[in-house]
Design a binder for this molecule. Structure first.
Ligand SMILES: Cc1cc2nc3c(=O)[nH]c(=O)nc-3n(C[C@H](O)[C@H](O)[C@H](O)COP(=O)(O)OP(=O)(O)OC[C@H]3O[C@@H](n4cnc5c(N)ncnc54)[C@H](O)[C@@H]3O)c2cc1C
Length: 443
């Protein structure tokens, strides 16, 4: 998902067709939604979200759009209730707007900065250019937070005159397109803050310090070029102990939920994890006859019938396809109970399963590269596996022999984590169902 997904949908919607190798060694060309053989239309549909469990893709044809050298980016800080505004409501409106990019960072339950951007040639000299990815710049989330802080510190304006002035706290910048696309990279969103610890992150994250009233550059910024650590390096150095710590002491959740649920999702996340900032990206989810992602799950339809959710269904006039607006809830970091060292009260499996229950009820789905603790039956309610199973076991039976099932490949390795516990000398058992009989149902 990207901040352009409210316009284009998930990235896989831009894949016109792909070439792939099946487990029996056969190379299949041009697998796409209009393939003459229905088996390959089904294969195309289930490849998205399949995490390499149906075939190996060797080439893709992607739909591209022309870009411009800059993004004209507006930041709008909102404190709920002030000036009668709600960032949830504004976010929902932005999700249905034609701006090329939309994103929100939520800094506490009622405080957020909404951002929207459009391709630009940067012709207005009154708008500053901000190279946000330059190594000497503050991490981007710190820059966004500063916009919110400045807004809160300034006296509230009785009548905002417009977005591009500063009366409603809005800030406008031109950001070079490559800097925009890489804006979250140096700070790995805000995860680097948790990796380094608050103090070191503060020292490394501030571009200037105030000494005797003067702003002096931070000499440690010379280390800025070291960011970010390579993900492959981090993965390579992840021992079972570190993996265990990541699971029990941090949370990384990327969840796709109907846009009507933003308030409930932020509240639920605060109750379970209390990690801020939270990231929100809007995303169209298109109807798909065969795909794993189901926009009308049984649970979601039941809520609709009970009048608990007012779904807004839309029609993409270009393609004639139905879609609904969803959003990504990104929660990355150290939960409050862990930050406060109240380990015995924090139960990662219980909190994750509580979030997963909410996802299933709301008709959403978790991204599968993050930890998931659903049972097989729960997984089958969230993802529509009918065509996926048919493709793997009936249309191309070699697939089920060569590749694990999506559920088995992506579920959290609770057994291994429990096993690792025994190997860590002197390590206190993590709380809750890990290592207790209760987790048998998840394994
Ligand atoms: C710091 C960070 C930030 C992220 N931010 C975002 C974000 O903003 N939006 C978002 O959508 N995602 C985000 N992600 C998730 C990321 O996009 C996914 O993890 C992505 O799948 C990574 O792809 P990869 O090729 O690097 O990983 P890999 O682990 O190599 O592959 C991912 C899966 O795809 C399968 N696969 C790989 N190659 C092929 C192939 N040729 N054919 C078939 N299957 C294959 C693999 O078997 C594996 O299951 C983020 C991840 C990280 C670490």
């Amino acid at each position: 998902m990207t901040t352009h997904s409210h316009v284009a949908g998930f990235l896989h919607e831009t894949v016109l067709s792909f070439d792939c190798v099946l487990p029996d060694g056969m190379l299949i060309l041009d697998v796409g939604p209009h393939h003459s053989d229905e088996r390959f239309r089904k294969l195309y549909a289930v490849a998205a979200w399949s995490h390499g469990t149906v075939c190996t893709i060797t080439r893709m044809r992607l739909r591209c759009i022309p870009a411009k050298p800059y993004v004209r980016l507006t930041y709008l800080p909102i404190v709920n209730g002030v000036d009668g505004k709600s960032y949830h409501e504004e976010f929902r409106q932005l999700a249905h707007s034609s701006h090329s990019f939309v994103e929100a960072q939520v800094f506490s339950r009622d405080r957020a900065v909404l951002m929207w951007g459009d391709f630009s040639d940067a012709t207005d000299p009154s708008i500053p250019i901000n190279r946000v990815h330059a190594w000497w710049k503050p991490w981007w989330f710190k820059h966004v937070e500063a916009v919110l802080r400045r807004h809160e510190e300034s006296s509230p304006s009785p009548s905002p005159s417009g977005r591009h002035g500063s009366s409603d706290g809005a800030v406008v910048e031109y950001v070079p397109i490559d800097h925009y696309l890489l804006r979250h990279t140096r700070g790995i969103f805000w995860v680097i803050r948790d990796m380094l610890g608050d103090n070191l992150a503060y020292i490394l994250g501030e571009p200037t310090f105030t000494v005797f009233g003067m702003h002096v550059p931070n000499p440690l910024l010379l280390l800025g070029w070291l960011y970010p650590p390579r993900i492959s390096f981090l993965k390579f150095t992840t021992t079972p102990t570190i993996r265990l710590w990541t699971f029990t002491r941090q949370t990384f959740q990327d969840i796709v939920l109907p846009i009507e649920e933003t308030e409930a999702a932020v509240r639920r996340s605060e109750k379970l994890f209390d990690v801020f900032p939270i990231l929100l990206y809007p995303c169209r989810v298109y109807e798909s006859e065969y795909g794993l992602v189901n926009i009308d799950s049984a649970a979601a339809s039941a809520r609709k019938l009970q009048g608990k959710t007012a779904f807004k269904e839309c029609l993409d006039e270009k393609s004639g396809r139905r879609y609904r607006m969803f959003f990504d809830l990104g929660v990355y970091g150290v939960p409050r109970l862990v930050r406060e060292k109240r380990f015995e009260e924090y139960d990662p499996v219980r909190e994750m399963r509580s979030m997963e229950e909410f996802i299933a009820e709301a008709g959403g789905m978790p991204f599968l590269y993050a930890d998931t603790c659903m049972t097989r039956a729960e997984f089958a309610k969230v993802f529509r596996l009918t065509t996926y199973d048919e493709v793997r076991t009936q249309l191309f039976p070699a697939m089920a022999r060569a590749f694990p099932h999506l559920y088995d490949k992506t579920k959290s390795e609770l057994d291994l984590i429990r096993g690792a516990l025994g190997e860590i000398e002197g390590e206190a058992s993590p709380p809750g169902p890990l290592g207790s009989p209760a987790d048998k149902k998840y394994s």
